[in-house]
Write a protein that binds this ligand. Structure first.
Ligand code: UDX
Length: 461
C-alpha cells in the first residue's frame, strides 16, 4: 500500500479533525455520517462546530479535492484502504458507554467489506473500554462481511488524545501514538501510515495489544481528571486558611518534575465530552471486574460538587440570591469551543436560578448553544461589558482570553455592586481586591474561617 486512501466514520471533533489533518497532508479522505445537514455543511466548507483553523483547513481540503463527506458508509469503505471509526460513545445512565454507534459503524463496514476483495484495515479511534474492539467491532465486521480478521482485514485500536479548542494542533503534533493491534500485519500497516504522515520527526510510537491501547486512553483521561480534582480539593482547603492561595501552592508543586505543572489549574471543575464520560465509564468497567475504584469515585464526586463552590462564594457576599442579578462570563466547558457538554456553567446557572437569581450570560461563541439549553430562562448579552451592566455579582466561569483583559474598572463602572468570583483563577487577587469585592476558588479568605464555614461550606465542600 503506497499512499492509502482513508475513510473516517463519524464527523465529530475526533473524526473531522483527523479527516482534515490527513487531507492537509495530501491524503484523499472520505468521511461519512448519517446526518444529512452535517454532510451538506462539510461539503460546502462550513465546519459544523467551532474549532480554531478547522474552517480554513476544511475549505482548503475541499478546494484541493482532498476531502468529501458522504452519507453512505459503504461508499466510504469501498473507495479507501483504511477506515477509522470515530463515532461517539455517550454515557448510559449507569455510567457505562453506549456502544450503539460503534456497533452500527462496524455493521456497515462489515457489509461493505463483504463486497471488497482487497485487504482493508479498520482502526478504532473512539474511546472504548478494554475488550470492545475485539468483542464488538471485530465480531460485527466478521459477522456482516463473512470474512476473517487477520486474514481478509486488519484491526487496530489507536486512541485519540486531542483536546477540543486545540484539535488540529494536537492531531498534527501528538505527544505519542498508541497502536493497539490485532496482529502484526495490522500494526505494520498503521505504523507505516503514521510514519508517512508525521515525516522525519514522528512522535514516539507505542505498539501493544488492543486491550492495552483501550485502557491507555481511559487511564490518560482518568489521570488528568484526577490531577484536576486533586488540586480542587487542595483549593477547598486553601479557602479555609487566610492568606493561602492555591495558585502559589500549585505553581510550587508543579515545579517538582515528578508532578509537572499542567492540569493543576484549580477552579470549578472539569467538563466537556470526555473527562466526565470517561471517568464514569472506567468506574462502571472496573465494577464489572469486581473492583470498586475508590479513587476514581472520589475524583468524580469532587467534580460534581465543585461548581457549587462558586455559588457558595457568591452567597457569601450577597446572602439571599432572590431577585439578585448575576453576570456569568463564559458558558462553554472551556475556551476556544462552543461545546457546552457537561459545562460547569450549567449546574452553576441552574443552582442560581433555583435560588431565585436572575442571570445575564455572555460567551464569545457559545450563546447559540446555550439557547438550546436555557432558552429564555436567562438573558444573553452580546459583550462582556453588557453582561456586567447592573449585575449584583459576576462569576467568571470560562477563561476566554478576552475576559483576561478585563480591568477592575470594567466591573466597578458597570455593575450595580462590583463583586467578582473568579472561578478559573485568571485575575490577580491583589489588584482586584483593592478596588472591589473579590474572591476566587482556592483563595484563602481574609475573613475568619469560622464565619466562612457557616456561610459558605455547608453544601459544597
Ligand atoms: C480532554 C483531554 O485533554 C484529551 O486528551 C482527550 O482526548 C479528550 O479529553 P478536552 O475535554 O478537549 O480534552 O479538554 P481539556 O483541555 O483536557 O479540559 C477538560 C476540562 O478540564 C475543561 O473543563 C477544563 O476547564 C478543565 N481543566 C483542565 C481544569 O479545570 N483544570 C486544568 O488544569 C485543566
Amino acid at each position: 500500500m503506497s499512499t492509502p486512501n482513508i475513510s473516517i466514520v463519524g464527523t465529530g471533533y475526533v473524526g473531522l479533525s483527523t479527516a482534515v489533518g490527513f487531507a492537509s497532508k495530501g491524503y484523499k479522505v472520505i468521511t461519512s455520517t448519517h446526518d444529512n445537514e452535517k454532510a451538506s455543511k462539510i461539503n460546502e466548507g462550513v465546519a459544523p462546530f467551532y474549532e480554531p483553523n478547522l474552517q480554513e483547513l476544511l475549505k482548503k481540503a475541499l478546494k484541493d479535492d482532498g476531502l468529501k463527506c458522504v452519507l453512505d458508509c459503504k461508499e466510504a469503505v469501498m473507495n479507501t484502504d483504511i477506515t477509522f471509526i470515530a463515532t461517539g460513545t455517550p454515557s448510559r445512565p449507569d455510567g457505562s458507554a453506549n456502544l450503539e454507534y460503534i456497533e452500527n459503524s462496524a455493521h456497515e463496514i462489515g457489509e461493505a467489506l463483504k463486497e471488497k476483495d482487497a485487504y482493508h484495515l479498520i482502526v478504532v479511534k473512539s474511546t472504548v473500554v478494554p475488550g470492545t474492539t475485539e468483542d464488538v467491532v471485530k465480531s460485527a465486521i466478521e459477522e456482516y462481511s463473512n470474512k476473517q480478521c487477520g486474514v481478509d482485514f486488519g484491526l487496530c485500536m489507536s486512541p485519540e488524545f486531542l483536546r477540543q479548542g486545540a484539535a488540529l494542533h494536537d492531531t498534527l503534533n501528538p505527544d505519542r501514538i498508541v497502536i493497539g493491534e490485532y496482529d502484526k500485519r495490522s500494526g505494520d500497516v498503521l505504523e507505516s501510515l503514521y510514519r508517512n504522515f508525521y515525516g522525519k520527526k514522528p512522535p514516539p510510537i507505542i505498539r501493544t495489544n488492543l486491550e492495552t491501547a483501550e485502557l491507555i486512553k481511559h487511564t490518560n483521561n482518568a489521570f488528568l481528571a484526577t490531577k484536576i480534582s486533586f488540586i480542587n480539593s487542595i483549593a477547598n482547603i486553601c479557602e479555609r486558611i487566610p492568606g493561602v492561595d492555591v495558585t502559589t501552592v500549585a505553581e510550587a508543586v508543579g515545579l517538582d518534575r515528578r508532578i509537572g505543572p499542567s492540569f493543576l489549574n484549580a477552579g470549578i471543575g472539569y467538563g466537556g465530552s470526555c473527562f466526565p464520560k470517561d471517568v464514569k465509564a472506567l468506574i462502571a468497567y472496573s465494577r464489572t471486574l469486581a473492583y470498586n475504584p475508590d479513587l476514581l469515585i472520589a475524583v468524580e464526586k469532587i467534580n460534581e460538587t465543585q461548581p457549587y463552590r462558586a455559588v457558595k462564594l457568591c452567597k457569601g457576599f450577597l446572602g439571599d440570591l432572590k431577585g439578585k442579578r448575576i453576570a456569568i462570563l463564559g458558558l462553554s466547558f472551556k475556551p476556544n469551543t462552543d461545546d457546552m457538554r457537561e459545562a460547569r456553567s450549567i449546574p452553576i446557572i441552574n443552582q442560581l436560578l433555583k435560588e431565585g437569581a436572575t442571570i445575564t450570560a455572555y460567551d464569545p461563541v457559545a450563546v447559540a448553544v446555550a439557547k438550546t439549553i436555557f432558552a429564555n430562562e436567562i438573558d444573553y448579552a452580546s459583550s462582556a461589558i453588557e453582561c456586567l451592566k447592573n449585575a449584583d455579582c459576576c462569576i467568571l466561569v470560562t477563561e476566554w482570553e478576552e475576559f483576561k483583559k478585563l480591568k477592575p474598572e470594567d466591573f466597578t463602572k458597570n455593575m450595580k455592586q462590583p463583586i467578582l468570583i473568579d472561578g478559573r483563577r485568571i485575575y490577580n487577587p491583589e489588584d482586584f481586591s483593592q478596588k472591589m469585592k473579590f474572591t476566587a476558588i482556592g483563595l484563602g479568605a481574609k475573613i475568619p474561617a469560622i464565619v466562612l464555614g457557616q456561610n459558605l461550606f455547608d453544601r459544597a465542600n
